[in-house]
Design a protein around this ligand. Structure first.
Ligand SMILES: CC(C)(COP(=O)(O)OP(=O)(O)OC[C@H]1O[C@@H](n2cnc3c(N)ncnc32)[C@H](O)[C@@H]1OP(=O)(O)O)[C@@H](O)C(=O)NCCC(=O)NCCS
Length: 330
């Protein structure tokens, strides 16, 4: 007897994209009622003009579901076509069950494999890499990848080094089989030696014992140095891994952490003027795992991006972790 190995599609591609943003708009004037800051300082340091936070009734689950449904619609598929669901989030406040299992049921899959990953702001690109591998190995045919965060629930509104930055949202992609290559190799990794650069103020049991909540704390300068140095080089490695020249690229969609980080990456990458660069942080803030798919959806809707475009994606964040790849847009 010979054990049968799994066999999958020759290639994988993104078949559909979707996003969902919460309804509450928090501008810099409102932010300055919480922290000692100014609209000018926030815009100059980050590019953020306003951000989205969840309102009453909106949750990481409701945003995930809405983004997932939009991605399925865009792909022309239904939940029943999915056999894998991956949700990347750090703001689902139940350790178990996974948010992915709940979404897999609510979106109408027939018991799809489902699991969450915690890769912070790199989470969407981590999820894409896993989905691509699942489709090519034959472990799954259609995988829904969701990046979703409600970081407003994990932000200390008195902390002037983080409060203005983080926000909420969800973005999703359906990954499925393709005859042509449409997703380049992932370039990814971690540097746990810098785990303290973005972490939580205390473990939840300690915070609760003190009658407090735990919130994100960040060494902004350390993150800035890492993102503008090491991550800019990783973005370059994504292009070489895919065999794509900068002048063949249509879009550069880095995680929307900060416009100054994006500017520094652009100086490093020497991308031609013809490449359109995502700047959705301006109106949405840094919504972590959601930022790349949300940016892609916005750019497709506005006409800045079109079906078939080649996009360089790079996510990076707490861990520290990063992942990036070149993909063709659906
Ligand atoms: C967070 C960040 C914008 C802070 O900018 P910075 O220049 O490093 O800020 P610093 O803490 O060094 O402070 C510089 C000055 O701004 C002031 N400042 C700090 N926070 C401020 C705020 N919210 N509003 C106004 N002024 C502020 C400081 O008091 C200091 O003033 P001084 O020069 O008079 O002493 C910057 O470090 C950054 O962009 N880091 C990357 C963070 C990131 O993208 N994280 C997400 C990754 S997923």
């Amino acid at each position: 007897m010979t054990l049968q190995p799994s066999t999958g599609a020759p290639h994988a591609r993104i078949l559909g994209l979707g996003s969902a943003l919460p309804s509450r708009v928090v501008d810099n004037a409102e932010m300055c009622t919480y922290i000692d800051s100014s609209d000018e300082w926030i815009q100059q340091r980050t590019g953020i003009v306003e951000r989205r936070w969840v309102a009453e009734g909106e949750t990481v689950e409701s945003l995930s579901l809405a983004a997932g449904r939009a991605a399925l619609d865009h792909a022309g598929l239904t939940g029943a076509d999915l056999d894998g669901v991956i949700v990347s989030t750090v703001s689902h406040m139940l350790q178990t069950p996974s948010l992915a299992a709940v979404i897999a049921a609510k979106i109408g899959t027939d018991g799809a494999a489902a699991f969450d990953i915690a890769a912070a702001c790199a989470g969407f690109c981590y999820g894409l890499a896993q989905a691509e591998s699942l489709v090519r190995s034959g472990a799954a045919t259609h995988v829904l990848v969701i990046g979703a965060e409600t970081l407003s629930n994990l932000t200390d509104l008195k902390d002037r080094s983080t409060a203005f930055l983080f926000s909420d949202g969800a973005g999703a992609a359906v990954v499925g089989p393709s005859d042509e290559p449409a997703m380049g190799p992932v370039v990814w990794g971690s540097d746990g030696g810098q785990a303290d650069a973005i972490t939580m103020s205390n473990p939840w049991p300690e915070a609760l014992a003190l009658g407090e909540t735990s919130s994100i704390v960040m060494d902004g300068r350390a993150v800035f140095r890492w993102a503008t140095g090491f991550i800019a080089t990783a973005a370059e490695r994504c292009l070489s891994a895919a065999g794509v020249r900068p002048d063949e690229l249509d879009l550069f969609v880095p995680h929307q952490a900060n416009n100054r980080i994006t500017d520094a990456m652009l100086r490093h990458l020497h991308l031609p003027e013809s490449v359109t660069v995502a700047r959705t942080i301006t109106h949405y803030g840094n919504n972590s795992a959601a930022s790349i798919p949300v940016a892609l959806c916005d750019m497709l809707a506005s006409g800045e991006a079109k079906s078939g475009d080649l996009a360089l994606l790079i996510g990076f964040g707490a861990g520290l972790v990063y992942a990036g790849q070149v993909v063709r847009l659906p």
